[in-house]
Design a protein around this ligand. Structure first.
Ligand code: UT7
Length: 321
């Protein structure tokens, strides 16, 4: 049996942290107290105007490839999860492939599932590897979400940040991704969206992120708990046999409520939202890389990672390291 095993992780954050007080100093109508109390966010990273998702993806990818002990030329599949691509086309994945210098005919494509993007991309790459068609995938979540924010809307602009995380996923006889589950319910589209587009040379509709925060909050807590239970059951594990939970990093209150529903102590939950804010598709691989590099995630550990975002789309994977 072929498994898909995480061989290496990497991440990258642009520039210095921008604190809540820095946002206040930039004229945003908010306060450190409000943001910290409602979300747990203390800082985020914001890319300079000329920095793109493919550049962040490249920096995260070279770190993941180095950690995996392989070469860029060993990669035969690239999937980039992003809602903030460099261009309408070509895909950010092909731009990343070119930056890595591996225009060798391997497959490369973007995947759009917003904040669930990394869970979707990892699960998709797993299917390619377990089918035997591909041997080594680079799976990336990369976002410059600051580009989609209405900086006059303090209800949303303080929540998000930029960054990228990547994993190298390779074919292996040892496990591996043990289970995964993906879901969507498109009837919730208007609750969290950027409802604009470019048409006939002009932006039509609203090009900024719009969100009903409380509706997202309630839905997220429910499905993040449900899908974590689902992948644990699919993998034949009780939740207390799981070493780490890495939920999407949007709000510490969502993360805490999810942990509570699952009966998991916060000691087993990786939380980076305080430092990164919500980096959408990048949030899970950023948190994963941090916990691998600081030694919390050890070989043999079983980890559930899970995301939820616009659509709604949500999903999870149970991984043995
Ligand atoms: O990746 C998935 C995407 N998003 C999420 O997961 C977000 C999910 N939702 C949330 O995290 C929370 O709902 C928010 C953080 C967005 C909001 O927290 P809340 O506790 O639901 O607050 P609220 O929307 O009910 O707002 C409460 C008050 C309002 O004032 P009034 O009407 O009570 O006077 C807002 O105008 O807070 C005000 N407010 C702010 N005040 C200072 C909203 N944003 C801000 C702000 N600074 N940045």
């Amino acid at each position: 049996m072929i498994f898909a095993r995480v061989a290496g992780t990497g991440s990258f954050l642009p520039g210095d942290p921008v604190t809540n007080d820095d946002l206040v100093a930039r004229g945003i109508d908010t306060s450190d107290e409000w943001i910290a109390e409602r979300t747990g966010i203390r800082a985020r990273h914001l890319a300079e105007p000329d920095v793109t998702a493919s550049q962040l993806a490249y920096e995260a990818s070279i770190r993941a490839i180095e950690a995996a002990g392989c070469q860029p030329s060993d990669i035969d599949l690239i999937i980039v999860a992003t809602s903030t691509p460099d261009y309408i086309f070509p895909s950010t994945a092909t731009l990343l492939q070119a930056k890595l210098g591996i225009g060798n005919g391997g497959a490369a494509f973007d995947l759009q599932a917003v904040c669930a993007g990394f869970a979707y991309a990892l699960t998709t790459a797993e299917k390619f590897i377990c089918s035997g068609s591909h041997k080594r995938a680079l799976v990336v979540g990369a976002e410059v979400f600051s580009r989609s924010l209405d900086w006059k809307d303090s209800g949303t602009c303080v929540l998000f940040g930029d960054g990228a995380g990547a994993v190298v996923l390779e074919a292996s006889e040892a496990p591996g991704i043990l289970a995964s589950a993906l879901h969507a319910d498109g009837s919730h589209n208007p609750i969290l969206c950027v409802p604009g587009q470019v048409s006939r040379g002009a932006v039509t509709g609203d090009p900024f992120l719009r969100m009903d925060g409380q509706a997202v909050f309630k839905f997220a807590v429910k499905v993040l708990a449900d899908v974590a239970r689902e992948v644990a059951a699919l993998g034949g594990l009780a939740l207390d046999e799981v070493d780490w939970l890495i939920p999407h990093q949007a709000n510490i209150r969502i993360i805490q409520a999810t942990g509570k529903r699952l009966g998991l102590s916060m000691d087993k939950v990786i939380a980076t939202v305080a430092m990164h804010g919500n980096t959408s598709a990048a949030s899970i691989p950023l948190a994963l890389d941090l916990a691998v590099r600081d030694g919390r995630i050890q070989p043999g550990h079983k980890v559930i990672l899970e995301g939820i975002g616009g659509g709604f789309a949500w999903g999870a994977a149970l991984i043995q390291f």
